[in-house]
Design a protein around this ligand. Structure first.
Ligand code: DC
Length: 227
């Protein structure tokens, strides 16, 4: 199936497999993949390393906004970079995950990330995953998916991923982090995680990646009248 130069927005809860799904879509249809969560994680790491967020998540917003003027977060071979330093592995650690939702709730941080994402998506043919891609970043995306899955299944998936990456984790703390992030993401004032009216829900609790690919191909074919 040849797919034209559209934007595919994959939003949804943490650890529903959005990025694996989006990467697979990118590979199969020759789209560029953009991981918006990685940008929030990189800004969070930057804030942590510059003493702009305390252990109990108090953020020095004014200093952060000032420091972001020269912050260069981008994607390149190897993943996410701050300047010329690859932070791809570092931003996946639990200490960053613990602080990312409060950072992502700061309106100026969202404005910074939105602007970067819109620049990167301007040429279209991109699949982007996040929380507000279909509602705020690209409300004109032709295909919008809203992903959800059972919380315990999501926690197991994330824990397995972390163990595979050589990290020490226990399921309880992963589940707790995930539920906290769900809460903050859905309750923040700026761009909360909500399903766009024209997004289609995908509950993948009991679906394989291949099942999901069949599902999205059908959705794209139907929405774009490709068959
Ligand atoms: O997808 P992820 O788990 O890597 O995202 C990390 C955090 O970034 C998540 O807790 C919420 C936030 N985020 C967001 O607010 N908006 C997005 N478009 C993507 C991520």
């Amino acid at each position: 199936m040849h797919i034209p130069d559209i934007i595919i927005a994959i939003d949804g809860y943490s650890s529903t497999g959005k990025s694996s799904f989006a990467k697979r879509i990118a590979r199969e249809f020759s789209f560029n993949y953009l991981d918006s969560g990685a940008m929030y994680r990189a800004v969070t790491l930057f804030a942590m390393e510059n003493g702009l967020i305390s252990d109990d998540c108090k953020i020095d917003v004014d200093s952060l906004v000032k420091a972001m003027e020269t912050l260069d977060v981008h994607f390149a071979e190897g993943g996410t970079f701050i300047g010329d330093r690859c932070v791809e592995q570092r931003i996946r650690c639990l200490d960053v995950a613990d602080k990312v939702s409060p950072i992502a709730a700061v309106p100026q941080v969202r404005a910074y990330v939105d602007a970067r994402l819109r620049e990167l998506g301007a040429r279209r043919r991109v699949v982007m995953d996040g929380r507000d891609i279909g509602t705020t970043v690209f409300p004109d995306a032709e295909i919008k998916v809203f992903m959800t899955a059972d919380p315990l299944i999501r926690a197991r998936r994330r824990a397995d991923e972390m163990v595979a990456g050589g990290k020490n984790v226990d399921l309880e703390s992963v589940l707790k982090n995930l539920q906290e992030r769900d809460y903050i993401d859905t309750h923040r004032e700026t761009s909360p995680l909500v399903k766009a009216d024209d997004a289609v829900v995908l509950d993948n609790s009991h679906m394989t990646m291949d099942d999901q690919m069949v599902w999205i191909e059908e959705l794209i074919a139907e929405k774009l009248c490709l068959r």
